[in-house]
Design a protein around this ligand. Structure first.
Ligand SMILES: *Cc1c(COP(=O)(O)O)cnc(C)c1O
Length: 396
């Protein structure tokens, strides 16, 4: 299948300094930042160094506030429903640990759950006796919707789904899960860490009540930033597990009031240079259009799966009826870490997905550590050929 682009890939590569040095296929780890993101971060750091940190923040107030508008535009939500955090994990945690569970309540989730999320379920089970119900996968490897529907009952307190798993090319049917959650009146928490910046996300169309994502992956923002969406009707029912003087006001010696908006999940201190980088990254993605981005990413991933299929010693391990930019594979007789090292020596960046990142799925599929080559729209077909050739010469 030829790759036909509506995006001007040459211009986008010229805007991405890292493209000159590497074949970067680790976009699910951290994508390469484009020039406007770098500039936003650098400029603010310079302002902090020359004007003072508090003074620089005051001068950048409008731009800093616009980060909330940018994220709201990305998710099709209201700016009051957005909290900015240091990463996706803490964003997800603040939502999850703000919900209250009683013994016998049930959390429904999928086999492809991200490790950090499942660890939180296990901790909550230890603390409260909540039940974790793992919905099996269907023939495509995605969450089985019939099984999910059948599992929902009046003890179901939460549905938590990983949209695009970290270790697999599949995209879970988030909107179908959202419909079931809504019909049952059960809160739905979506881990959109790998889908933000890669696919259009509309929280109403998806029907999720909470969503977490990160800056550095497909959004191409800086590291150390993430964000949380919480539906307005839920915010005031959620008591954050940790609060500070930004999340709450100390109204008297024995009293406090929480903020009414999603910033009750934030802390006061923030990395403002990174926040401005996230703002630039979100605006960049919105300007290109998430539909065009999704199309470009999917076309490259499909092409790469085809190329890898032609390498005799390589087995593509992706499942899914709908697939993402994440391409995972194994190489006969060669551990993933060795493949990664050999490729890095040739300036090809890929990562390794260990079974522990998605233990249930890896156990079910008896997976060893996988090589993960995650493409972005700025990867060229030549770069995909370079990976194929490198793997051919590694294995023959
Ligand atoms: C990377 C990842 C996370 C964690 O994101 P951080 O920003 O590193 O906290 C969560 N879920 C999925 C599916 C991921 O791939």
């Amino acid at each position: 299948m030829p790759v036909v682009d509506t995006l001007d890939i040459d211009a986008l590569r010229a805007d991405t300094p890292g493209c000159a040095h590497r074949v970067h296929l680790n976009n699910a780890g951290a994508a390469l930042m484009p020039e406007p993101v770098l500039k936003a971060c650098r400029d603010h750091l310079t302002q902090e160094a020359t004007h003072g940190g508090y003074e620089a923040a005051a001068e950048a107030k409008t731009a800093l506030e616009d980060t909330y508008d940018a994220v709201a535009a990305l998710l099709q939500c209201h700016r009051d429903e957005v909290a900015l955090m240091e990463n996706a994990t803490r964003a997800w945690d603040m939502a999850f640990y703000s919900l209250s569970f009683d013994e016998g309540d049930r959390i429904l989730t999928s086999e492809a759950s991200y490790a950090s999320n499942y660890l939180a379920f296990l901790q909550q089970r230890r603390r409260t006796g909540v039940e974790i119900v793992t919905i099996p996968r269907d023939d495509h490897g995605q969450i089985d919707l019939d099984a999910l529907e059948a599992a929902i009952d009046d003890r179901t307190a939460l549905i938590a789904l990983t949209h695009v798993p970290t270790n697999n090319g599949l995209v879970n049917p988030a909107a179908e899960v959202g419909r079931l959650a809504r019909a049952a009146g059960v809160p739905f928490l979506l881990d959109a860490c790998q889908s933000a910046g890669q696919r259009p996300l509309d929280v109403d169309a998806i029907g999720c009540d909470m969503l977490s994502a990160t800056s550095r992956k497909y959004l191409r923002g800086p590291r150390g930033m993430g964000f949380l969406y919480v539906r307005r009707a839920l915010i005031e029912t959620m008591e954050p597990p940790i609060i500070d003087l930004h999340a709450a006001t100390w109204t008297g010696p024995d009293s406090y009031t929480l903020r009414a908006d999603a910033r009750r999940f934030e802390t006061w201190e923030k990395n403002y240079a990174a926040q401005l980088g996230l703002r630039a990254a979100v605006r960049y993605a919105l300007d290109l259009g998430l539909d065009a981005i999704q199309e470009a990413v999917q076309a490259r991933a499909a092409r790469l799966r085809g190329l890898l299929g032609d390498v005799p010693a390589v087995t593509v391990q992706d499942t899914g009826a709908v697939q993402s930019g994440i391409v995972t594979f194994t190489v006969d007789g060669q551990p993933a870490a060795e493949v990664q090292q050999a490729l890095r020596a040739q300036h090809i960046n890929v990562s390794v997905s260990p079974p522990s990142s998605t233990l249930l799925d890896a156990t079910r599929r008896s997976l060893p550590p996988l090589v993960r080559a995650s493409v972005h729209y700025y990867n060229t077909t030549d770069e995909l050929d370079v990976l194929q050739q490198a793997l051919l010469s590694l294995t023959t």
